[in-house]
Design a protein around this ligand. Structure first.
Ligand code: PDD
Length: 277
Protein backbone atom coordinates (compact mmCIF):
# COMPACT_ATOMS: atom_id res chain seq x y z
CA UNK A 1 0.00 0.00 0.00
CA UNK A 2 1.16 3.48 -0.83
CA UNK A 3 0.39 6.06 1.87
CA UNK A 4 0.62 9.81 1.95
CA UNK A 5 2.47 11.19 4.96
CA UNK A 6 4.42 14.35 5.60
CA UNK A 7 4.13 15.58 2.06
CA UNK A 8 5.33 12.31 0.52
CA UNK A 9 4.02 9.09 -0.92
CA UNK A 10 5.54 6.13 0.89
CA UNK A 11 5.19 2.38 1.47
CA UNK A 12 3.91 1.24 4.86
CA UNK A 13 7.42 0.37 6.07
CA UNK A 14 8.38 3.99 5.76
CA UNK A 15 5.47 5.23 7.85
CA UNK A 16 6.40 7.13 10.98
CA UNK A 17 3.94 9.09 13.12
CA UNK A 18 5.22 10.87 16.19
CA UNK A 19 4.05 9.69 19.60
CA UNK A 20 3.50 13.42 20.20
CA UNK A 21 0.96 13.68 17.38
CA UNK A 22 -2.07 15.52 18.72
CA UNK A 23 -4.35 13.17 16.83
CA UNK A 24 -2.94 10.38 18.93
CA UNK A 25 -3.09 12.29 22.24
CA UNK A 26 -6.35 14.20 21.87
CA UNK A 27 -8.10 13.15 18.66
CA UNK A 28 -7.21 16.73 17.76
CA UNK A 29 -7.85 16.65 14.05
CA UNK A 30 -10.35 16.10 11.26
CA UNK A 31 -10.85 13.49 8.54
CA UNK A 32 -12.78 12.44 5.45
CA UNK A 33 -13.69 9.18 3.77
CA UNK A 34 -14.16 9.50 0.01
CA UNK A 35 -15.62 6.67 -2.05
CA UNK A 36 -14.00 5.40 -5.24
CA UNK A 37 -16.11 3.86 -8.00
CA UNK A 38 -14.62 2.62 -11.25
CA UNK A 39 -11.26 4.12 -10.30
CA UNK A 40 -12.81 7.57 -9.89
CA UNK A 41 -13.33 9.62 -6.76
CA UNK A 42 -17.01 10.19 -6.01
CA UNK A 43 -18.20 13.61 -4.74
CA UNK A 44 -14.59 14.39 -3.83
CA UNK A 45 -15.02 18.15 -4.02
CA UNK A 46 -17.82 18.04 -1.45
CA UNK A 47 -15.70 15.89 0.89
CA UNK A 48 -12.60 18.03 0.58
CA UNK A 49 -14.69 21.14 1.03
CA UNK A 50 -16.12 19.66 4.24
CA UNK A 51 -12.60 18.75 5.43
CA UNK A 52 -11.64 22.41 5.16
CA UNK A 53 -14.85 23.46 6.90
CA UNK A 54 -14.16 21.00 9.75
CA UNK A 55 -10.60 22.31 10.03
CA UNK A 56 -11.83 25.93 10.19
CA UNK A 57 -14.32 24.97 12.92
CA UNK A 58 -11.48 23.63 15.08
CA UNK A 59 -9.31 26.66 14.24
CA UNK A 60 -6.79 24.64 12.27
CA UNK A 61 -5.23 25.61 8.93
CA UNK A 62 -4.64 22.82 6.44
CA UNK A 63 -1.23 23.40 4.81
CA UNK A 64 -2.56 22.63 1.31
CA UNK A 65 -5.03 24.11 -1.12
CA UNK A 66 -8.21 22.16 -1.87
CA UNK A 67 -6.96 21.33 -5.38
CA UNK A 68 -3.71 19.96 -3.94
CA UNK A 69 -5.56 17.62 -1.57
CA UNK A 70 -7.72 16.54 -4.49
CA UNK A 71 -4.59 15.69 -6.45
CA UNK A 72 -3.15 13.75 -3.49
CA UNK A 73 -6.41 11.77 -3.25
CA UNK A 74 -6.29 11.06 -6.99
CA UNK A 75 -2.68 9.92 -6.80
CA UNK A 76 -3.46 7.59 -3.88
CA UNK A 77 -6.18 5.98 -6.00
CA UNK A 78 -3.85 5.63 -8.99
CA UNK A 79 -0.76 4.43 -7.07
CA UNK A 80 -2.80 1.77 -5.26
CA UNK A 81 -4.81 0.71 -8.32
CA UNK A 82 -8.10 1.23 -6.55
CA UNK A 83 -11.17 0.37 -8.59
CA UNK A 84 -13.87 0.27 -5.91
CA UNK A 85 -12.86 1.39 -2.46
CA UNK A 86 -12.17 4.54 -0.56
CA UNK A 87 -9.64 7.19 0.24
CA UNK A 88 -9.06 8.17 3.86
CA UNK A 89 -7.58 11.61 4.58
CA UNK A 90 -6.78 12.90 8.03
CA UNK A 91 -5.26 16.12 9.28
CA UNK A 92 -4.09 16.52 12.89
CA UNK A 93 -2.91 19.62 14.66
CA UNK A 94 0.64 18.36 14.38
CA UNK A 95 3.19 16.96 16.75
CA UNK A 96 4.20 18.78 19.95
CA UNK A 97 4.90 17.90 23.60
CA UNK A 98 1.60 17.08 25.26
CA UNK A 99 -0.35 20.08 26.46
CA UNK A 100 -4.02 20.76 25.88
CA UNK A 101 -3.78 24.25 24.40
CA UNK A 102 -2.76 24.61 20.76
CA UNK A 103 0.96 24.31 20.03
CA UNK A 104 2.94 27.22 18.60
CA UNK A 105 1.49 28.24 15.20
CA UNK A 106 4.78 27.21 13.55
CA UNK A 107 3.96 23.54 14.31
CA UNK A 108 2.64 22.19 10.98
CA UNK A 109 -0.53 20.05 10.86
CA UNK A 110 0.16 16.43 9.91
CA UNK A 111 -1.67 15.29 6.77
CA UNK A 112 -1.92 11.56 6.15
CA UNK A 113 -3.92 9.49 3.72
CA UNK A 114 -4.32 6.15 2.05
CA UNK A 115 -6.56 4.38 -0.44
CA UNK A 116 -7.89 0.83 -0.11
CA UNK A 117 -10.09 -1.50 -2.10
CA UNK A 118 -13.43 -1.97 -0.42
CA UNK A 119 -16.39 -3.50 -2.23
CA UNK A 120 -19.88 -2.03 -1.99
CA UNK A 121 -21.66 -3.71 0.99
CA UNK A 122 -24.23 -5.44 -1.20
CA UNK A 123 -25.51 -7.72 1.58
CA UNK A 124 -26.85 -4.81 3.58
CA UNK A 125 -27.89 -2.80 0.54
CA UNK A 126 -29.92 -5.67 -0.91
CA UNK A 127 -31.30 -7.29 2.23
CA UNK A 128 -31.45 -4.47 4.74
CA UNK A 129 -29.93 -4.26 8.21
CA UNK A 130 -30.97 -4.03 11.84
CA UNK A 131 -30.13 -1.07 14.07
CA UNK A 132 -30.11 -0.63 17.84
CA UNK A 133 -31.21 2.55 19.57
CA UNK A 134 -28.42 4.00 21.68
CA UNK A 135 -28.37 7.22 23.70
CA UNK A 136 -26.40 9.91 21.87
CA UNK A 137 -23.95 11.05 24.53
CA UNK A 138 -21.55 12.81 22.14
CA UNK A 139 -20.54 16.43 22.42
CA UNK A 140 -22.48 19.34 20.88
CA UNK A 141 -20.36 19.82 17.74
CA UNK A 142 -21.31 16.71 15.79
CA UNK A 143 -21.28 18.91 12.67
CA UNK A 144 -17.48 18.66 12.75
CA UNK A 145 -15.97 15.52 11.20
CA UNK A 146 -13.52 15.25 14.07
CA UNK A 147 -11.15 12.41 14.96
CA UNK A 148 -12.71 12.41 18.44
CA UNK A 149 -14.97 9.44 17.84
CA UNK A 150 -15.23 7.77 21.25
CA UNK A 151 -18.97 8.44 21.51
CA UNK A 152 -19.43 6.97 18.03
CA UNK A 153 -17.16 4.01 18.78
CA UNK A 154 -18.99 3.09 22.00
CA UNK A 155 -22.39 3.40 20.28
CA UNK A 156 -21.31 1.25 17.33
CA UNK A 157 -19.88 -1.39 19.67
CA UNK A 158 -23.13 -1.50 21.66
CA UNK A 159 -25.07 -2.01 18.42
CA UNK A 160 -22.56 -4.61 17.25
CA UNK A 161 -22.85 -6.59 20.49
CA UNK A 162 -26.62 -6.66 19.97
CA UNK A 163 -26.10 -8.15 16.49
CA UNK A 164 -26.90 -4.88 14.76
CA UNK A 165 -25.06 -3.13 11.95
CA UNK A 166 -25.50 0.40 13.26
CA UNK A 167 -26.55 2.45 16.26
CA UNK A 168 -29.63 4.65 15.96
CA UNK A 169 -28.57 7.58 18.11
CA UNK A 170 -31.10 9.65 20.03
CA UNK A 171 -30.93 12.60 22.41
CA UNK A 172 -33.71 12.28 25.00
CA UNK A 173 -35.67 10.14 22.53
CA UNK A 174 -35.11 12.42 19.52
CA UNK A 175 -33.30 10.61 16.68
CA UNK A 176 -30.16 12.42 15.55
CA UNK A 177 -28.14 10.14 13.23
CA UNK A 178 -26.15 6.89 13.22
CA UNK A 179 -22.69 6.32 14.71
CA UNK A 180 -21.26 6.70 11.19
CA UNK A 181 -24.32 7.39 9.05
CA UNK A 182 -27.42 9.57 8.67
CA UNK A 183 -30.90 8.20 9.43
CA UNK A 184 -34.11 8.61 7.43
CA UNK A 185 -37.71 7.56 8.00
CA UNK A 186 -40.48 7.36 5.41
CA UNK A 187 -44.11 7.96 6.40
CA UNK A 188 -47.00 8.41 4.00
CA UNK A 189 -44.63 8.90 1.06
CA UNK A 190 -42.63 11.67 2.77
CA UNK A 191 -38.97 11.32 3.75
CA UNK A 192 -38.06 12.61 7.22
CA UNK A 193 -34.55 13.27 8.49
CA UNK A 194 -32.90 15.39 11.17
CA UNK A 195 -32.26 18.98 10.03
CA UNK A 196 -28.71 20.25 9.59
CA UNK A 197 -27.72 21.47 13.05
CA UNK A 198 -24.75 21.06 15.40
CA UNK A 199 -26.22 17.68 16.43
CA UNK A 200 -25.49 15.81 13.19
CA UNK A 201 -22.88 15.53 10.50
CA UNK A 202 -24.42 16.77 7.26
CA UNK A 203 -23.47 13.68 5.27
CA UNK A 204 -22.45 14.06 1.66
CA UNK A 205 -24.53 10.96 0.89
CA UNK A 206 -27.40 12.59 2.83
CA UNK A 207 -27.14 15.61 0.55
CA UNK A 208 -26.96 13.43 -2.58
CA UNK A 209 -30.05 11.49 -1.47
CA UNK A 210 -32.02 14.66 -0.68
CA UNK A 211 -31.14 15.88 -4.18
CA UNK A 212 -32.37 12.57 -5.63
CA UNK A 213 -35.63 12.93 -3.67
CA UNK A 214 -36.14 16.31 -5.26
CA UNK A 215 -35.41 14.92 -8.74
CA UNK A 216 -37.83 12.05 -8.15
CA UNK A 217 -40.54 14.32 -6.77
CA UNK A 218 -40.36 12.69 -3.33
CA UNK A 219 -41.32 15.15 -0.57
CA UNK A 220 -38.70 15.67 2.15
CA UNK A 221 -39.17 17.16 5.58
CA UNK A 222 -35.94 17.98 7.42
CA UNK A 223 -37.48 17.71 10.86
CA UNK A 224 -36.41 15.51 13.74
CA UNK A 225 -38.56 12.60 14.89
CA UNK A 226 -38.55 10.47 18.01
CA UNK A 227 -37.56 6.84 18.53
CA UNK A 228 -41.26 6.08 19.13
CA UNK A 229 -42.07 7.67 15.76
CA UNK A 230 -39.23 5.71 14.15
CA UNK A 231 -40.97 2.47 15.14
CA UNK A 232 -44.09 3.68 13.31
CA UNK A 233 -42.36 4.56 10.01
CA UNK A 234 -43.39 2.80 6.78
CA UNK A 235 -39.73 2.58 5.74
CA UNK A 236 -36.40 3.42 7.29
CA UNK A 237 -32.93 3.72 5.80
CA UNK A 238 -29.46 5.02 6.52
CA UNK A 239 -26.88 6.66 4.30
CA UNK A 240 -23.11 7.05 4.33
CA UNK A 241 -20.20 7.14 1.94
CA UNK A 242 -19.52 3.43 2.41
CA UNK A 243 -23.07 2.11 3.00
CA UNK A 244 -24.76 4.28 0.32
CA UNK A 245 -28.54 3.85 0.80
CA UNK A 246 -28.96 0.91 3.17
CA UNK A 247 -32.48 -0.13 4.16
CA UNK A 248 -33.14 -0.54 7.90
CA UNK A 249 -35.57 -3.42 8.37
CA UNK A 250 -35.54 -3.64 12.16
CA UNK A 251 -35.03 -1.33 15.13
CA UNK A 252 -34.23 -2.95 18.49
CA UNK A 253 -35.31 -6.28 17.00
CA UNK A 254 -38.75 -4.94 16.02
CA UNK A 255 -39.44 -5.04 12.27
CA UNK A 256 -39.97 -1.71 10.50
CA UNK A 257 -43.43 -1.94 8.96
CA UNK A 258 -43.60 -5.44 7.47
CA UNK A 259 -39.82 -5.87 7.74
CA UNK A 260 -39.23 -6.00 4.00
CA UNK A 261 -37.57 -3.47 1.72
CA UNK A 262 -39.82 -0.50 1.11
CA UNK A 263 -40.63 0.75 -2.41
CA UNK A 264 -39.45 4.31 -1.82
CA UNK A 265 -36.12 3.13 -0.39
CA UNK A 266 -35.63 0.89 -3.42
CA UNK A 267 -36.48 3.77 -5.75
CA UNK A 268 -33.81 5.89 -4.08
CA UNK A 269 -31.31 3.02 -4.22
CA UNK A 270 -31.92 2.70 -7.95
CA UNK A 271 -31.54 6.44 -8.45
CA UNK A 272 -28.35 6.39 -6.35
CA UNK A 273 -26.81 3.48 -8.26
CA UNK A 274 -27.53 5.07 -11.61
CA UNK A 275 -25.54 8.22 -10.81
CA UNK A 276 -22.32 6.58 -9.56
CA UNK A 277 -19.55 6.08 -12.13
N1 PDD B 1 -18.86 8.26 8.40
N2 PDD B 1 -22.69 10.85 10.47
C1 PDD B 1 -21.54 10.45 11.00
C2 PDD B 1 -21.35 10.59 12.48
C3 PDD B 1 -20.53 9.92 10.19
O1 PDD B 1 -19.35 9.54 10.71
C4 PDD B 1 -20.75 9.79 8.80
C5 PDD B 1 -19.70 9.23 7.87
C6 PDD B 1 -21.99 10.20 8.28
C7 PDD B 1 -22.30 10.11 6.80
O2 PDD B 1 -21.55 11.07 6.07
P1 PDD B 1 -21.14 10.83 4.55
O3 PDD B 1 -22.38 10.54 3.80
O4 PDD B 1 -20.52 12.11 4.17
O5 PDD B 1 -20.18 9.67 4.54
C8 PDD B 1 -22.93 10.75 9.14
C9 PDD B 1 -17.70 7.84 7.64
C10 PDD B 1 -18.04 7.11 6.41
C11 PDD B 1 -16.76 7.11 8.57
O6 PDD B 1 -16.49 7.64 9.64
O7 PDD B 1 -16.27 6.03 8.22
Amino acid sequence: TVYFIDGQFTERDGLAISIDDRGYYFGDGVYEVIKVYGGELYTAEEHIDRLFQSATKIKMTIPYAEVQLMEIARELVAKNNILVGHVYIQVTRGSAPRMHQFPDPTVPPVVTGYAINNPRPMMGIENGVGVKSVADVRWLRCDIKSLNLLGNVLAKQEAHEAGCIEALLHRDGVVTEGSASNMFGVKGGTVYTHPVTNLILNGITRQVVLGLCEEQGIPVVEKSFTIDEAFEMDEFFLTSTTSEVTPVISIDGRPVSSGILGPLTMKLQKAFSSQIP
